[in-house]
Design a protein around this ligand. Structure first.
Ligand SMILES: Cc1cc2nc3c(=O)[nH]c(=O)nc-3n(C[C@H](O)[C@H](O)[C@H](O)COP(=O)(O)OP(=O)(O)OC[C@H]3O[C@@H](n4cnc5c(N)ncnc54)[C@H](O)[C@@H]3O)c2cc1C
Length: 198
């Protein structure tokens, strides 16, 4: 990619270089294009509030063709809460037919899955249910992803961009969000921020 762009910068291309206003506008539109090119898959996250734990586990991966989710996560087994919270994540591209399902359908299906995993579970004990939808849940990191990412610092003074794409090559996690946050502060404030936020 870099070789191609260098090859295009011929002397005549330099002569046709736009003035500062145009350069700024084209830099902004280039950045827009780079941001728009970052692909994401979405997630519908079904939350079930239970009066008691379903299992003793925090994270349960599933590998069963009948269960169309990668797992079930009993969050309150990691971080105890007054009630027990289990979430069932439906990761999928937004082009997937299931993406247009109503929340109620996801909740019904998730309840069926829970019952498959724990047949003694009584649905009537459920305290609450909720399904949330997040369109930018997981970045798709295709070849050349890192080079294509726009810099976090923008041309607007004091304005920077950051999201889970910048965790690359790591996976999404709270720890990575803290690491990226620190990197961002360092970019904006300078290396002296390390002393303040080690
Ligand atoms: C389904 C799912 C499961 C995950 N599971 C785990 C896990 O088990 N363990 C783990 O470590 N990580 C997990 N992650 C990743 C983790 O959630 C993220 O890495 C982390 O939350 C990112 O932190 P953040 O502060 O950068 O962004 P966020 O947590 O997304 O916070 C951004 C905040 O900004 C707010 N906001 C957005 N726009 C505006 C605006 N214009 N004005 C004001 N506020 C705004 C949002 O409402 C939000 O509260 C998971 C992510 C997903 C999607």
């Amino acid at each position: 990619m870099r070789i191609l762009s260098r090859a295009r910068v011929t002397p005549s291309a330099w002569q046709r270089r736009p003035g500062p206003a145009h350069s700024k506008a084209s830099a902004v539109s280039r950045r827009r294009r780079r941001i728009a090119a970052i692909e994401n898959i979405g997630v519908v996250c079904v939350l079930l509030k239970l009066p008691k734990p379903l299992t003793k586990y925090f994270w349960m991966n599933t590998n069963d063709a009948r269960i169309e989710v990668p797992g079930m996560i009993e969050y309150s087994n990691l971080n105890p809460l007054p009630a027990h919270v289990l979430y069932v994540p439906y990761y999928m591209p937004k082009s997937h037919p299931k993406w247009s399902w109503d929340s109620a359908w996801f909740i019904d299906e998730a309840k069926r899955y829970v019952k498959m995993v724990q047949p003694s579970w009584d649905e009537r004990t459920l305290l609450a249910t909720h399904a949330s939808r997040y369109e930018f849940a997981q970045t798709v990191c295709s070849p050349g992803f890192f080079d294509a990412l726009p810099p976090m610092r923008t041309s607007v003074k004091g304005f920077a961009i950051a999201d889970t794409s910048y965790y690359y090559p790591e996976d999404r996690s709270i720890s990575e969000s803290i690491r990226v946050g620190k990197r961002l502060v360092e970019e904006l404030v300078g290396p002296e921020s390390r002393a303040r936020y080690p």
